[in-house]
Ligand binder design. Structure first.
Ligand code: ATP
Length: 213
């Protein structure tokens, strides 16, 4: 179980949200909504432990995430606005690095196979040896997204994962989110797009620029 308890966030003397509480259970998909500047990215960064709230706390399995950073980060996959991949490495090397940290027991041929499959899923087969610096913005985003297929983290926090992704790619990703939730995972995401074709309930939490909506 993932919990936000009484979270407040103030930026430039403006309260983005206060008293924000919610719980995410295994199998749930939650969409954070709000206009540009409402505080969605700020909220996701707080939830992922990348910044601190002005009040309140975030709990993973009942324990404040600040008190169990290593455990929490092992259970979390966070994808932010920036691809969060190393531009001097190739697509393959980036994913191999991610896999070695997230699933150290997957090695050798099994690891290579999983990485090629992930690259295929994001339409980047044939680009495995291209350094990320040489890729387009959309391709870089796809390398970052390929980590979703390699992840065994139950909690996914995804900031605008569908941005710069074409229609077919969006459908593939939505199917993956659903599959993750179906298998007991949790997906918390922001997107300005409609989550079309989703066959399960998506709970919406709206940031209105004031208190909890
Ligand atoms: N580190 C920071 N220092 C000061 N102000 C910040 C900081 N981070 C965000 N802000 C401000 O907080 C507000 C909310 O930003 P945030 O990126 O969380 O919004 P958002 O809902 O994700 O917007 P968008 O839909 O445009 O991505 C903005 O006015 C932004 O300028």
């Amino acid at each position: 179980m993932f919990e936000a308890l009484n979270l407040s966030c103030v930026r430039d003397e403006r309260t983005l949200f206060s008293g924000l509480s919610f719980t995410v259970l295994p199998g749930e998909m939650v969409q954070i909504e709000g206009r540009n500047g409402a505080g969605k990215t700020s909220l996701l960064r707080i939830l992922a432990g990348l910044s601190s709230p002005d009040a309140g706390e975030v709990r993973w399995q009942g324990v404040n995430t600040r008190r169990q950073r290593d455990v929490f980060h092992q259970e979390l996959l966070y994808l932010g606005h920036q691809p969060g991949i190393k531009s001097v490495l190739t697509a393959f090397e980036n994913l191999a690095f991610y896999l070695s940290v997230s699933s150290p027991s997957v090695r050798g041929d099994a690891a290579s196979e999983a990485i090629y499959q992930a690259l295929e899923n994001v339409g980047l087969l044939g680009y495995e040896d291209v350094t990320v610096a040489q890729m387009s913005a959309g391709q870089q985003r796809r390398v970052a997204l390929a980590r979703l297929w390699l992840s065994n983290a139950p909690l996914w926090i995804l900031d605008e994962p569908l941005t710069a992704i074409d229609k077919q790619g969006v459908a593939t990703l939505i199917a993956l989110f659903e599959q993750h939730a179906e298998q007991g995972g949790m997906v918390l995401l922001t997107t300005h797009q409609d989550l079309q074709g989703v066959n399960r309930d998506v709970r919406k939490i709206r940031l209105t620029g004031a208190a909890l909506a």
